[in-house]
Design a protein around this ligand. Structure first.
Ligand code: CA
Length: 427
């Protein structure tokens, strides 16, 4: 067992049982505060842990990491040190916060490196240069195929043979709490051949889990499923905003474009693959058998409970989905092996998202398109209004956590409030 994952560990910082950040988590992020430039951090309970300050206090000296590695706008350089080093840092943070370990007098020096969450601003944790979005939930792909094509042949012929994906837009991935502006675009009215232009009327979320590439592969060098997880630094909760009306008109024949590229929202925290070790589960049986380069052994799925909440302007909120990352038909190792099998080089900080994660029942669907069944089954909100898609003023909140043996590992939230479409001056 990884020492930092020991369920017996307890921190000298009090952590409430429903916190996302017990001592067994220790995720990585980037923050800034009134008195500080951006720097790398971890989290424990209600506190952000300033890793640069910890480094200045000499807590990492023997680990021989570059001096200014934590004084950084993004995690990328730290991630590029490799899992051996980044795991050593996580293990050391664990020791420093452990109630049984006071070798470094960390508790006495806590004022130097702990900040209350509400006193800091969390920043986009990773510089994402390339983003790929998969389509790996069989329940989601089946729902979409049923809604838009033929319920008898909901899955296209390739779906069970390869993890379908497309190359997404990296520049518009934003951190939680960034305002989301309703996008404009072309739409095709029902029974019309003539498109119209205007703000999207069918704005939607997609409940997804992303992974951050932690190790580059050179151009021309595929990564096998057996070592694919060595190339994954950690996981990040991901909302892939989608404008369904724009998407519907534009996506044939080359796939998603402006209906997706206006924004995606991520949580501020990357949860290491190591912290998630205790939550591995067997994935679904793949039938028919996949080609040899996609075969894998061991448990490559993760039991992560997922929740989507729509919060109204008046503060009232409703949970519209309870799903789970374990439902994924194609796992991350297969996605990474497939992505690189043609020799494509992935780089540190690249992001790959799972695709919408839907479960088997309507209360576990991962998009409003499915939850409202293309608008035919509106959701009743606490103020008496209905939702088929997302309204201006709504805030979409996603949460994720694993739980086992009394240990709860959370992912931090993704929050995005929808602001009205801008007035365009196209003259
Ligand atoms: Ca997506």
């Amino acid at each position: 067992m990884i020492a930092a994952n020991n369920p017996q560990l307890k921190s000298w910082i009090e952590v409430s049982p429903d916190s996302d950040f017990p001592i067994q988590n220790l995720p990585f992020g980037v923050f800034t505060s009134r008195e500080n430039t951006p720097r790398l951090c971890s989290a424990i309970g209600d506190y952000v842990v300033d890793l640069d300050k910890m480094n200045q206090l000499g807590f990492f000296t023997d680990l021989q990491i570059p001096r200014n590695i934590f004084e950084n706008r993004y995690l990328n350089e730290f991630i590029a040190l490799g899992k051996k080093k980044t795991n050593e840092v996580r293990e050391r943070i664990s020791e420093l916060l452990d109630t049984k370990n006071d070798k470094w007098n960390a508790k006495e020096l806590a004022d130097h490196f702990l900040y209350k969450h509400e006193d800091v601003q969390m920043l986009m944790p990773v510089k994402v240069n390339d983003y790929t979005d998969f389509y790996s939930s069989i329940e989601h792909a089946t729902n979409i195929g049923t809604l838009f094509r033929d319920p008898e042949n909901a899955l296209l012929p390739n779906w069970r043979h390869l993890p379908v994906g497309y190359h997404g837009r990296a520049s518009s991935i934003v951190v939680s709490d960034t305002p989301i502006v309703r996008p404009h675009g072309q739409q095709i009215p029902n029974d019309s051949k003539q498109p119209v232009f205007g703000p999207s009327k069918l704005l939607d979320f997609e409940l997804e889990m992303g992974f951050v590439v932690g190790k580059s592969n050179p151009l021309g060098s595929p990564v096998s499923t057996a070592i694919a997880e060595d190339h994954i630094f950690g996981l990040i909760l991901f909302n892939d905003w989608s404008a369904r009306d724009i998407q519907k008109w534009e996506y044939v024949p080359l796939g998603p474009f402006l209906g997706k590229s206006f924004a995606s929202t991520v949580a501020p925290w990357v949860i290491t693959l190591e912290a998630l070790e205790p939550f591995r589960v067997q994935g679904p049986t793949q039938e028919p058998a996949v080609l040899p380069y996609l075969q894998y052994s061991g448990m490559k799925n993760f039991d992560v409970h997922l929740e989507v909440i729509i919060q109204l302007e008046n503060g009232q909120a409703k949970t519209v989905s309870n799903s789970n990352f374990k439902y994924m038909y194609w796992n991350m190792a297969q996605q990474l092996a497939h992505h690189t099998i043609n020799g494509c080089n992935l780089n540190v900080g690249d992001m790959c998202a799972s695709g919408t994660i839907s479960g088997p029942t309507p209360d576990s669907y991962g998009s409003m398109l499915e939850i409202s069944w293309k608008g035919t089954k509106p959701v009743q909100m606490p103020d008496g209004s209905e939702r088929r898609f997302i309204h201006d003023g709504d805030t979409v909140i996603m949460k994720a956590h694993c739980e086992k043996n009394g240990i709860r590992i959370g992912f931090g939230d993704t929050r995005g409030k929808i602001h009205p479409a801008k007035q365009l001056d196209l003259a």
